[in-house]
Design a protein around this ligand. Structure first.
Ligand code: SF4
Length: 470
């Protein structure tokens, strides 16, 4: 048998022989599987290796859109409802009503016109710039038909979205893009953004390929240049400054409309308690699963608190500060269905905000224009390429040809039907639990399937009928 000393020296492979494809290396027995060939290391997975190859070429972190790919998140799927049986009476599904009307901004008694929605769901802040004008118009029309609202996002108010919406929330971002007093006064509510769930602690990001002439004009910034929003408000050094800003907005709007404060979930208990003290009418807590048009990938996957854990913490903060009922709580971040809506309400939210799900109902990831998905290296159902500006279905782009693929009437109808379906799902569960209003759903209606979900939410563990604690 040959040994190391007597056998022929092994040729050292050069760049031409060592390729990034497995199996072509000189000296390796062909066709013999090995752990290397299988790529089965639990640490150096195919994703990790691909990430290192990408960064080795880019020389920077990777950017992308959509939402987190983090696999280890607690999910709403780890909770189940416990419908009424002997100790409670269910409602008759087809004959008894379940209220879905949702009022935001009425609690402090400071506002002349609180926001009144027919359903406990509204559409999240997605800016013109991130989305096309047709997508914004379709969201507005669909939301109006469903009796709910959308939000401008940080790019300023589009005339077509004002025209299409019944109720429009105007967003005041740290970047102060297109802050217009007239627009603020034409809105039905105003939102101060402190952060967002997809990338808390940082500002918005709009890459140059989406900064069209119109987007640039609205944001008063150069066309075709990446826009990185500031990560904090230039005039906020603390909660006292927020209180002053809220007072200014109340004066600017003649105390007519509510003021929302939106933040990414990081320390939801303390942040909610502070936000409630600043005088906001509504607090929006956006969990880690929140979507975005563009973000450093590492932030999407490694920052924030999952929505499931953030809602109970925020509710506890309002309870502990005596602000429950006075300040309303909106939950957001990865809400996919009416089932998730019902679970969020049962955990303590007063209302729910959806972004990615609304975008998908518009047509995002739908199996059309497949060749255009292929051209950007993806496929329908797996696309997360909003940051490229080359959205195959026209939702997240400023390209005129691509944008025209959103048929406003048809897309708005899909949004309306999706919102209707979500509401039906939520009321079906509420009725089964014996509730005449979706707002009567409560933690007692839920049980947790896993120790983690029980510990995070305080929901009783299924079978044990008490919450798991360490
Ligand atoms: S289809 Fe468009 S909106 Fe959807 S993930 Fe891809 S680029 Fe974004």
């Amino acid at each position: 048998m040959a040994d190391d000393l007597t056998s022929e020296p092994v040729l050292i492979a050069d760049e031409n022989l060592v390729t990034f494809g497995d199996g072509g290396v000189e000296g390796r027995p062909a066709g013999v599987p090995s752990s290397y060939a299988e790529g089965k290391s639990p640490r150096w997975t195919r994703e990790v290796i691909a990430d290192i190859h990408a960064k080795s070429q880019l020389g920077r972190y990777q950017l992308r859109g959509f939402s987190t790919f983090q696999k280890n998140l607690p999910s709403f799927d780890e909770l189940v409802f416990q419908p009424a049986t002997m100790t409670r009476l269910p409602l008759e599904g087809y004959r008894e009503r379940c209220e879905t009307r949702t009022v935001l901004g009425d609690g402090l008694g400071l506002v002349e016109n609180p926001v009144e929605l027919d359903i406990p769901i509204y559409i999240a802040s997605m800016s013109f710039g991130a989305l096309s004008a047709n997508a914004k118009a379709a969201l507005g029309r669909g939301a109006k038909k469903a009796g709910t609202m959308t939000c401008t996002g940080e790019g300023g108010m589009l005339e077509e979205e004002r025209a299409e919406n019944r109720t429009l929330l105007y967003q005041l971002s740290p970047a102060r893009y297109m802050i217009d007093l007239d627009h603020i006064r034409r809105a039905d509510a105003v939102e101060i953004v402190v952060g967002q769930g997809a990338k808390p602690g940082t500002g918005g990001l709009l890459l140059g390929m989406k900064v069209s002439e119109r987007v640039a004009r609205m944001r008063n910034l150069p066309q075709g240049v990446d826009q990185r929003s500031t990560s904090r408000h230039p005039d906020f050094l603390g909660a006292d400054d927020m209180t002053i800003k809220i007072e200014e907005l109340r004066e600017a709007t003649d105390h007519k409309v509510p003021v929302f404060v939106k933040m990414g979930a990081t320390r939801p208990y303390y942040d909610t308690a502070v936000a409630a003290k600043t005088g906001a009418d509504v607090i929006v807590v956006d969990g880690l699963e929140g979507g975005t048009g563009a973000s450093p990938e590492l932030l999407l996957d490694n920052t924030g608190v999952p929505t499931l854990a953030a809602i109970p913490a925020a509710r506890r903060a309002l309870d502990d500060t005596g602000m429950s009922g006075k300040v309303k709580l909106v939950a957001a971040g990865g809400i996919r269905s009416g089932v998730d809506v019902a679970k969020a309400l049962a955990l303590g939210a007063d209302c729910v905000m959806i972004g990615s799900a609304a975008m998908i109902s518009l047509g995002c990831n739908s199996p059309r224009y497949v060749e255009d998905y292929t051209a950007i290296g993806t496929e329908p159902g797996a696309c997360h390429h909003c940051h490229t500006g080359r959205c195959p279905v026209g939702v997240a782009t400023q390209d005129e040809v691509l944008s025209s693929r959103v048929d406003v009437e048809a897309a708005s109808e899909r949004v309306y039907r999706f919102l209707t379906a979500m509401t039906m799902e939520a009321t079906l569960l509420a009725k089964a639990c014996g509730k005449s209003s979706v707002h009567n759903l409560e933690p007692e209606d839920l049980r947790a399937l896993t120790l983690e979900a029980s510990a995070f939410t305080g929901i009783s563990l299924v079978g044990a009928d008490r919450p798991f604690t360490w």
